[in-house]
Structure formats: C-alpha cells, structure tokens
Design a protein around this ligand. Structure first.
Ligand code: GLN
Length: 479
C-alpha cells in the first residue's frame, strides 16, 4: 500500500476503486503489529475498525459517504469515546470506560472517519517527553533511544510511523506542536474557543485545546474544519461560525511576519535551528514578504507564568479523582480520609503529584497574590503585547523547540524539562492558534519544527500560508 500524505489522495484512490477502506485498515493494523515496540497505542480497536471500514466502503459505493470517508485516525488517551476506555495514561483511571463521546469524536464519526485506537501520552497530558505515562515510554520512530516529545507522544508517533493516517492530540502548552517538531510531522493547536473541549479529560481548562497531527496542511485544515464550531456543551466556544478552512485560494500574496529577537538569540537554542530560521527568513524576504524583528522582552516570564497557572487549574481539575465517584479506589482504605489519600497516592504518578502540590500551594491563602494572581497579570501582559504585534503583522515566526528530540532520561530535573516548552507556551497563554511545520533537518539526522502563530481566529490565513511554505520547501513529496 502506498503511503498517503493527504485524505484527498486516499479519496481519489477510493473513487477509482484502487483501494478500499477495509484494505487501508488492514494495512494499518499490520503496521501497528510490526511497530508494537514503539508503544504508541494503548489499545487498538481492530475488529471494530474493520467492521466500520466495510460499512464505509458500502457508503462510498452508494455515494452517501461523509467528508472523512477513508480517514483512519487515532485518539489521544484523554479524548472520550463512548463505550471505550479512556485513562489519560494514568493508573487512577485504569479500566474506566467513557459513558459519552467527546464532541470532536462525534464530529469525526459523523463524517465517516474510522477510529483505530487510543494512543499513549503523558499522564494527564503533563510532560514534554512522554516519559510520564503509567503505561511506559513511547519511542521516537526515527531513533528509538530518543523521546518522541509529549504529551501527545503516542498520537504523534502513530502518524510519524504510518500506523494511521492522522491523530488527535491535546495542547495546553505545546503538547501537539512539540512532539510534532521532534517527530517530523505537522501539529496544530487551534485558537482557544475554536474546538470543543467537551469530553477531553481536563488538565488546565483555560488553555486546553484539541488539535490534529497530520502529514499535510490540507488535512490539518479539513480536520479543524470538521471539529470546529459551536457546541452547547462547551460555553467557552466562539459563537462565530467557523469558516471553511479546507479550500485554499492558492493565490500567492505576500504577508507580514514578525520574529521575536530574543527567541532567535536565546542561548538555549541549537545553532542549526537558528541557522535554518535565518535561512527561511531570508527566503521569505526574497519572495517579497515583510519579515521584521520585534522586541518582546517577556520570554523569561512565560514558562513560570504557564506553570503557575496550569498547576493551579490542574490541582482543581484533578480533585475529582478521589476514589469515590469513579477511577481507582484503594483496597487498603478504611474510612473516607484514607479513601482519598490512599487512592490518590496509589493512582497518581510522580509528576502529577508534583503539579497538584505546586498548584495547591500557589492557590493557598497567603501565597495566592504572590503567585497565582501575579501569574494572571503576566498572562494579561503577554496577551496584550502579543495582540499588539498582530496589529502590524499577520504571523509570528518562532522555533517550535530549542533542540531536536533528546535521549530518554536526559532531562531529569523538572525545571530543565519545563524549559523545553519555552517557545510553545505563548500561544496557549494568549489563546492564539499556532502550527509546527517540519521544515528543519538537523545534521544529527533528526527533524525539527518551525512554528507560526497567528492572531485569534485567523486559522484560514495561517493554513493558507503554511501550505505555501510546505509547498515551497517540498515537504512530504508525494509518494
Ligand atoms: N509540556 C507542557 C506541560 O507539561 C505541555 C503539556 C500540554 O500541552 N498538555 O505542561
């Protein structure tokens, strides 16, 4: 079976009867089996996917199939799918079955996508390397001694290794874009309020967004289009109707791009990533675009503000896991207090516990103003200053990650791990959409991403320009 970079190519071949959805699913199932060591999937819905494929093949023959017919997709293990397990890669949710589907899952199914399984991730989406899963590490398919990034590591590797066509991840501080950079695929975080969070296991609710991991901008646009729009179950969603993202006008127009000087001069940034960014900037200027450096002297405040706000929200969100309503209940509990304490002690992993403690601390009386309230003020400044950049520019160009994928165990100190997120937290802190495009290849053989951020709800322009960039650099040449 050939490898496809876009759903439209699959649909073309389906129309010409060169392939069937069932044959596609069988091919992915074979590849999943061959790549079990990558640990990308926590569960594969083999029989169910095959049965659904047959139904969709019939619909295609009848001319009644939906817009995603032929798409075989995987879900991150924090996105609910009715009747299927969801654990957020945590022991505390081991064996838990979703009693309803997330809005995004329903929208994919309504358009005839086939869901092939659920993917490993960092526990409760907390991490940048997928080393925090209760179900083991996910391996980067390019170099198995290296991390795939996190927290949507399984979803990303599933796409990277061709175990499914696309996958959904969630991004709170970079969890779609950072692994996309480490694995050489496209990762997109929509504007906050674009895609429903209903049925997503919450980490930090004021930042969480679901988004796609794909091998083409065309697919990113189509999947975002299908998932976007009003949902009565998520009151943070925009009431504006979502535009049609998947039709690119293709007209070449020049754009105005800002890049943040401090980002490119960051001492932690790999020199080859700097060189590639500079090369792209020069090319863009040559093509007639305006590309200018802007001052944004707030880089040092971003990661601290992010970790104060997200841990505060997480400590509140995760208080629902007490061994009472659902999830793990300790067998050693003897009364109500020991039920809470023992269930949580046994069920949560080290990083999740660290964040619950940190979040509880920054919200506690006496420290609230010093930490939480101050982080909110920093967030406001970041949002206002970022919005001001978008008054003059269409996009902000950034690296996605400071380096290429690192070795397992290389970031033992939590602070050094948190600093991996330095370029990805700006978008969720400010609510802006951002995409990581695999435009870099390091001399060490590993890929790295280049990131574009746009103003709120400017996805159409972002996809259009990203598509042009990918075409320009010959990304994913059709096989
Ligand atoms: N690495 C970041 C964190 O651990 C991002 C996680 C995410 O986006 N879910 O918080």
């Amino acid at each position: 079976m050939r490898t496809y970079s876009a759903i439209s190519q699959i649909q073309n071949d389906l129309q010409k009867k060169k392939i069937t959805v069932k044959a596609l699913v069988e091919d992915y199932l074979r590849k999943i089996e061959l790549n079990k060591h990558l640990n990308a999937f926590l569960e594969v819905y083999a029989d169910e996917a095959l049965q659904r494929a047959e139904v969709i093949d019939k619909k295609i023959a009848d001319g009644t199939s939906g817009r995603l017919a032929g798409l075989v997709i995987a879900l991150k293990d924090n996105i609910c799918y009715k009747g299927h397990k969801v654990s957020a890669s945590s022991k505390i949710l081991a064996g838990f079955t979703s009693i309803y589907s997330s809005t995004v899952t329903e929208r994919l199914l309504n358009e005839d996508a086939v869901i092939i399984g659920r993917c490993n991730c960092d526990e409760f989406a907390m991490g940048s390397s997928n080393e925090n899963s209760a179900y083991g590490n996910v391996l980067n398919a390019i170099d198995n001694s290296r991390v795939p990034g996190g927290s949507s590591g399984g979803s990303t590797v599933a796409v990277q290794a061709g175990l499914c066509h696309a996958a959904l991840g969630s991004d709170t501080g970079g969890s779609i874009r950072q692994p996309a950079s480490f694995c050489g695929v496209i990762g997109f975080k929509p504007t906050y309020g674009r895609v429903s969070r209903y049925g997503l296991v919450a980490y930090a609710s004021s930042l969480d967004q679901i988004g796609p991991l794909t091998k083409s901008v065309e697919d990113t646009a189509l999947l975002t289009e299908v998932m976007s729009g009003m949902d009565e179950y998520d009151s943070t969603l925009s009431t504006k109707p979502a535009p049609v993202f998947s039709k690119f006008s293709g007209g070449k127009k020049t754009v105005r791009i800002a890049y943040i000087k401090d980002c490119l001069e960051n001492p932690g940034l790999d020199p080859e990533i700097i060189a590639r960014m500079e090369e792209i900037i020069a090319d863009l200027r040559k093509d007639g675009n305006t590309v200018e450096a802007v001052d944004f002297p707030y880089l040092d405040y971003m990661v601290p503000a992010y970790y104060v706000i997200t841990t505060a929200e997480a400590s509140s969100n995760l208080s629902r896991f007490g061994g009472i309503l659902y999830g793990h209940r300790s067998k050693n509990a003897t009364d109500i207090d020991s039920t809470y304490i023992k269930s949580r002690t046994e069920g949560f992993g080290t990083e999740v516990k660290r964040r619950i403690m940190l979040g509880t601390f920054v919200l506690s009386a006496g420290y609230y103003d010093t930490y939480y309230a101050r982080a909110q003020k920093v967030r406001r400044i970041l949002r206002d200053k970022t919005t001001a950049i978008f008054e003059k520019y269409d996009f902000i160009l950034l690296p996605t990650t400071p380096k290429t994928a690192f070795k397992f165990g290389a970031n033992q100190d939590p602070i050094s791990m948190y600093l991996e997120d330095i370029f990805t937290v700006q978008a969720p802190l400010t609510g802006m959409p951002a995409i990581s495009l695999p435009l870099g290849k390091h001399s060490n053989g590993l890929p790295f991403g280049v990131q574009l951020m746009a103003n709120k709800f400017e996805e159409s322009a972002l996809f259009e320009f990203s598509n042009e960039l990918c075409k320009k650099y010959g990304l994913f040449a059709q096989s």
